[in-house]
Design a protein around this ligand. Structure first.
Ligand code: ZN
Length: 792
């Protein structure tokens, strides 16, 4: 269905187009200045302040009442007014006072100024009833072609009015209601002739097609820019029945019938009853409302609904008032309603959002469908429990913090944050990224190692989402320019996950990355994907009384999962097991886990030094990232402790070089190092849709260089429902395990590195990672491209 609108007679885009028909005036056409020689009417207004309190140029002043948005009324004089000024200098009996125009609802001029007088004499003034924000009603005439983004001029209908002229800002007005019946307005606005309306009404009665639709279709009415219309919030406390009679949809007998019925059934709305009784179609009803109240009629199937808007209102408000938020910007929420006369709904929405409300009208049945769909999909998974893992700060919270807390804990934001996290869990993402850009914010998920953009958030939501996440993860919400880290736990159905959250300021805001840690870890040695003999070798290594075991690989290669599986395998032995972690990724019963906190100087190396006095048997240090930690770690491994840690290297043999680079003497390393597992996580092909292809020359060449047979076929990802069209399901570990024997120790002691050391390792039984990758690729576990990547 097409939206129907009242067409304005003038298409002038200038906000002050009134001046085109006026003689030139000083100060711009929209400005108001006193008539020259205009005398203050002192005698008629005995309360006028005495000369002394006023500034000298008193004769050029206009007497005004200024009604502020806070409800206060100020009396005084002004020299000049233009809706485009920022401040209004008002002379009161207490002296001159500057009033921000943004605080003004409307201004009543006691005596019309020259420009205003001219305007009031213009033809085509439309009689309206203006309902102000504070519930006052003014009958006035307005220039119907005048559409200023800030407000409009109005002139009294009767000469004995309390004002001679007024300026209403849109923000100060709830409703501008045309005083005349709809048909007359259409004619008066020269939208259409009387006969056209009558014909349209006749046709409509026969065919039950909306009036506006017919007028639009027959070219009698022009469609108007939606955005322009949205700017006008219009409101009315009129009776629906009158509107429908005016518009010719029903007659007074039918209305009486419906009202009688309504008295019997208090819970029914009149509109719904009229539809139920077959007196009017729902399209006709909303069409009449749209025209009468100058509100756009929106087809929800065609409107680009902004999903961010939903989170602005709580579910119970949406359900109770049957309103659907469909768009949002910095200041305004656009809400689709079937009943613009529902003042309670309007008030409730304003109260809950603290934003301006733009109403648009939607067909009731369509609106109901959209509202039902909105919650049907979300209800089952909206439940998410969040624990704050951080320690409660003892510090006194500043007022700023409390305000920020209050602002960000509005329920819709809670829902949006939950939705973002749940989506990450549902997609089995490893990371969730919130990346602010200049004009929007990208929300992306890392799935099977790939970062995929999901959607965008607007800037307004970004700030609140970031604030909420910072609070939940124990960061300082008042700090915006420093990187911060935090963590929290989430529980959803059977899943329990810990999120490690990092917040870093960038040029456009604060960028957030949430790493989803698998807290209730399925990490067992037998589920890592190790070959049988390697699993046994590692179990054996874990029973040794001292030495160093390292897991290496790039970020996100599952190193800590491997280390935890190793620790778990001995968790029930009578040993004192300590871990030093940043953050504590998984909780393992029976293990003493310590959190690094570099802010207070609790670094890896410092804690490690201390815990060695705590008589541990086994110590796991999250990462050997600095020479000091490496050195203490090696010392510990040589003095009767079994040490576990991780390093950032590509192969098992590279690890030796890396540690020597960190300042560990080769002879110490040769004695301390027991085993290295070097690993990568590679996307696992979906077995349901993978495609087998003949081997191409590029990969054949690479395989030849690494002395491997060339298989006939390799696999590439397909697309199916089982893998959500990605071609992959989860990830698989590609690894090599190096166990040091005496020959190896001797070689490291002698400073052997690189290929020669690698050769020795293979002789000692290590299956190189490239070989493992080859096996997985030919078995269809990983794809051709990932094999290629691992071979290079
Ligand atoms: Zn698939």
């Amino acid at each position: 269905m097409d939206a129907t609108f009242l067409k304005r007679t003038s298409r002038c885009s200038s906000s002050n187009c009134v001046s085109q028909s006026l003689p030139p005036m000083g100060g711009g056409s929209d400005c108001i200045q006193p008539r020259s020689g205009h005398q203050p009417r002192k005698r008629q207004h005995p309360n006028t302040p005495r000369e002394g309190t006023m500034s000298p140029a008193k004769k050029d002043r206009l007497r005004v009442r200024v009604i502020l948005l806070n409800g206060k009324t100020l009396h005084g004089f002004i020299a000049h007014f233009s809706p485009s000024m920022n401040e209004l200098p008002l002379h009161t009996k207490h002296g001159r006072r500057m009033i921000l125009l943004d605080e003004i609802a409307y201004i009543l001029f006691q005596h019309a100024a020259d420009g205003a007088m001219l305007k009031s004499q213009l033809p085509n003034l439309l009689e309206v009833r203006i309902t102000t924000f504070d519930g006052k009603i003014y009958r006035a005439k307005i220039q119907k072609t005048e559409f200023n983004p800030r407000g409009f001029h109005a002139f009294p209908v009767h000469t004995d009015s309390t004002f001679a002229h007024a300026y209403f800002f849109h923000r100060g007005v709830c409703l501008v209601e045309y005083a005349k019946p709809l048909g007359d307005i259409l004619v008066a606005e020269k939208l259409t002739g009387k006969e056209d309306v009558q014909q349209a009404l006749d046709k409509q009665r026969k065919g039950q097609v909306p009036l506006g639709h017919i007028l639009l279709e027959s070219g009698k009415l022009n469609e108007q820019d939606l955005q322009n219309s949205l700017k006008r919030q219009q409101w009315m406390r009129a009776k629906l029945g009158e509107v429908l009679i005016e518009s010719g949809h029903i007659d007074s007998e039918e209305l009486e019938l419906a009202l009688t019925e309504q008295r019997k059934r208090h819970d029914k709305r009149l509109g719904d009853l009229l539809i139920e009784m077959g007196l009017i179609t729902e399209e006709a009803l909303v069409s009449a409302l749209s025209i009468k109240f100058h509100l756009p009629l929106v087809n929800l199937d065609e409107y680009p609904i902004n999903d961010d808007a939903h989170s602005e209102l709580q579910e119970d408000i949406i359900m109770r008032y049957q309103v659907l938020p469909i768009d949002i910007d910095e200041t305004t929420l656009t809400v689709a309603t079937a009943d613009p006369l529902d003042i309670d709904a309007y008030d409730a929405i304003r109260f809950h959002t603290n934003r301006r409300i733009r109403q648009v009208i939607a067909i009731p049945s369509q609106l109901r469908q959209y509202i039902d769909d909105l919650f049907a999909s979300g209800r089952a998974e909206d439940w998410l429990e969040i624990d704050q893992l951080h320690e409660e700060e003892e510090d006194e919270e500043t007022e700023v913090t409390q305000l920020a807390l209050k602002g960000s804990e509005a329920v819709p934001i809670v829902r949006l944050v939950n939705k973002i996290i749940l989506e990450g869990l549902r997609k089995n993402a490893s990371d969730i990224h919130i990346l602010p850009q200049a004009d929007k914010t990208i929300l992306a998920y890392r799935i099977n190692g790939e970062l995929l953009q999901e959607t965008t958030l607007d800037k307004w939501h970004e700030k609140r989402v970031v604030a909420r996440l910072k609070i939940l993860s124990g960061m300082d919400v008042t700090v915006h320019r420093m990187p911060q880290d935090g963590r929290m736990a989430v529980r959803h159905e059977h899943l329990a996950r810990e999120l490690r959250i990092s917040c870093i300021p960038n040029a456009h805001g604060e960028s957030i990355v949430m790493r989803i840690l698998h807290r209730e870890s399925s990490a067992e040695l037998n589920t890592l994907g190790l070959r049988g003999q390697d699993q046994e070798a590692l179990q054996r290594q874990m029973l040794r009384p001292f030495g160093l075991i390292l897991a290496t690989g790039p970020t996100g290669s599952g190193k800590s999962t491997t280390l935890f599986a190793l620790l778990k395998s001995i968790a029930d032995t009578p040993k004192h097991i300590l871990t030093i972690e940043d953050p504590i990724e998984m909780e393992i019963p029976g293990i003493n886990q310590i959190q690094v906190n570099s802010r207070i100087g609790m670094s890896f190396s410092r804690i490690l030094r201390n815990v060695l006095r705590h008589d541990p048997d086994v110590v796991m240090v999250g990462e050997m990232r600095d020479p000091e930690t490496a050195e203490i770690g090696i010392q510990a491994a040589l003095t009767g402790h079994l040490m576990l840690s991780s390093l950032h290297t590509n192969t098992a043999v590279d690890t030796v070089v890396r540690l020597i680079d960190l300042g560990i003497p080769a002879y110490l390393l040769a004695s301390a190092l027991n085993a290295v597992i070097s690993q990568n996580l590679v996307r696992k092909l979906c077995p349901n849709c993978r495609i087998s292809l003949p081997v191409d020359s590029d990969i054949a060449k690479l395989l030849q260089q690494t002395n491997m047979d060339i298989p006939h076929r390799l696999y590439v990802p397909g697309q199916c429902d089982a893998c959500h069209g990605t071609g992959f399901i989860g990830r698989v570990m590609v690894y090599e395990l190096l166990e040091l024997n005496d020959t190896m120790r001797m070689a490291i002691h002698d400073g052997l590195v690189g290929q020669e050391l690698e050769k020795l390792a293979i002789q000692a039984g290590m299956v190189p990672k490239t070989r493992h990758a080859y096996e997985l690729a030919t078995a269809g576990e990983i794809c051709r491209d990932d094999l290629m990547h691992l071979l290079i």
